[in-house]
Write a protein that binds this ligand. Structure first.
Ligand code: BGC
Length: 493
């Protein structure tokens, strides 16, 4: 049967999300040049932030550490026992961050909330230690006559762009992923947390500041099988970003004179902040839906790569495309006699589509797309969607996610080419985390497919191993707190 009107129109929209090989290639070329720019100076699209982590672990690290993770919809507190044999035990608690703390005039309430979560975590999971120490600290204040062993070293995974000046110092450059708390910008992130912790007299020292991508890289290195060194840690979740191991002498903007970073390994993990790659849109695609999304975001013109790649935004692009077609009388999407979208449908709510919806419809292989129809009902109160409607929405969702994966390939490939890792004989290991790589069917396959189309990668794509690194923000943060505590760099392999 020929496609009905809604499917025809949808296929036209889906094609707007095609990203042909030559555009991928132009993306890689531009990424390489923006990487170089970010290495030379501050204030560029790709921030290329020095992290002061000067090598990656090898699995023998040991100790008990605390970690907290702020960076998406949830706040996590965990304690991690590194066993020194590539394994670890992890205890964790997780709470959703109240929306009114994410967008607020002052950071005080948010950090107070975070410190409270640390307090209740310690009470619940480390009570023996907690009670005695806190009682003493509350009686005599937080002066440091206590032995260091009484204090937990904490790794703070803070997954926003931070201008880092040492392993536990750094000021917030800008918020992303829907957070907007103006008075925190320019403030030291570790101090904001340490102050709130001190108010509660908790026996905790914020020892390390960690981006989730760096945590992912560290966690993958600690746990990954064999001798292969992990080169990149990347997140494809609510937001997107990548960190990689770089030679110090290429980071020309860093004045290494007298810096602790200029150590024997001569390398450093760099946080690229690739979410802001090509903010000026010289190579990125820019459909009408991308433009609408950006205009309605809290940070127009910023994080333009992220707005086309990461989970927080893909659902919104799909929502805008569906609404566009539903309004178009000739497209006849989700129309019976009138519209099938009830006025109280979350389809009318900005950010009303979660990426999990894209994963569900992509995975639907039933002949009449029953699961897609059920999801339309469950998420958006749309009943009686036709099979054409469901196919139309599936096709657009698929195209948006595939474009995201192909864009992701640009960033990964450029780093492998720039660092020449792709030209060595060894396997190249990339640790990834986030809802897209974890739950979106074939997301990694689409990345690999696009990589093969890139000059300088091609067949060598086979050498690339992409593996999930779970709990990067916990284990990785613990590993970095360990380095900070010991005051030395972990040995390179
Ligand atoms: C932030 C990065 C972070 C990424 C993934 C982006 O919005 O700017 O710092 O690594 O999200 O969580």
């Amino acid at each position: 049967m020929a496609p009905g009107p809604s499917l025809d129109a949808a296929l036209r929209v889906a094609r707007e999300f095609d990203l042909p090989s030559d555009q991928v290639q132009r993306g890689v070329d531009e990424f390489l040049s923006q990487m170089a720019e970010g290495m030379a100076k501050n204030g560029t699209n790709l921030s290329q932030i020095p992290t002061y982590v000067t090598s990656v672990p090898n699995g023998t690290e040991k100790g008990l550490y605390l970690a907290v993770d702020l960076g998406g919809t949830n706040f996590r507190v965990c304690s991690i026992n590194l066993r020194g044999d590539s394994t670890f035990d992890l205890t964790q608690s997780k709470v959703a961050i109240p929306r009114d703390l994410m967008v607020a005039p002052s950071y005080k309430e948010l950090f107070k909330f975070l410190a409270k979560q640390v307090e209740s975590f310690l009470e619940t999971h480390h009570n023996e230690h907690f009670e005695a120490t806190v009682r003493r600290r509350r009686l005599t204040g937080t002066t440091d006559e206590y032995r260091r062993e009484e204090i937990f070293d904490l790794g703070f995974t803070f997954s926003f762009p931070v201008h880092q000046t040492s392993i536990n110092r750094g000021t917030l450059i800008r918020w992303t992923k829907g957070f907007d708390i103006p008075d925190a910008v320019g403030q030291d992130v570790c101090l904001m947390l340490q102050d709130a912790i001190n108010e509660l007299h908790l026996p905790v020292r914020v020892a390390a500041l960690v981006n989730d991508t760096v945590g992912t890289l560290m966690a993958r290195s600690y746990t990954s099988p064999g001798k292969t060194e992990t080169v990149i840690g990347a997140i494809f979740g609510t937001g997107t970003n990548g960190a990689y191991v770089e030679k110090l002498n290429r980071l020309t903007k860093l004045n290494t004179k007298g810096e602790p970073a200029a150590d024997a390994t001569q390398q450093m993990v760099i946080n690229t902040e690739w979410g802001s790659f090509d903010n000026n849109l010289s190579v990125l695609p820019n459909t009408l839906y991308d433009q609408q999304l950006d205009a309605a975001s809290v940070n127009p013109g910023i994080q333009m790569f992220e707005k086309r790649v990461s989970g927080m935004f893909l659902g919104e692009i799909l929502r805008l495309a569906i609404l566009g077609l539903a309004k178009d009388a000739t497209a006849r999407l989700l129309r019976g006699d009138g519209t099938l979208i009830p006025t109280d449908s979350p389809l009318y709510t900005p950010w009303g589509i979660d990426t999990s919806f894209l994963s569900v419809i992509e995975a639907d292989t039933t002949s009449d797309l029953a699961e897609t129809k059920a999801a339309l009902f469950e998420h958006f109160k749309v009943s009686n969607a036709s099979t054409d409607d469901a196919q139309a929405i599936q096709a657009i969702g698929h195209a948006i996610a595939k474009r995201s994966a192909r864009l992701s390939a640009i960033a990964l490939a450029a780093i492998l080419i720039d660092t020449k890792r792709i030209d060595t004989d060894e396997t190249v290991d990339i640790g990834v985390d986030g809802s897209l790589v974890e739950f979106y069917p074939k997301f990694v396959d689409y990345i690999r497919e696009a990589m093969r189309e890139i000059k300088g990668i091609g067949e060598k794509e086979k050498k690339v191993r992409i593996g999930i690194a779970k709990d990067g923000s916990g284990v990785g943060a613990a590993l970095i707190a360990l380095v900070a505590h010991k005051g030395y760099a972990i040995e390179s392999r």
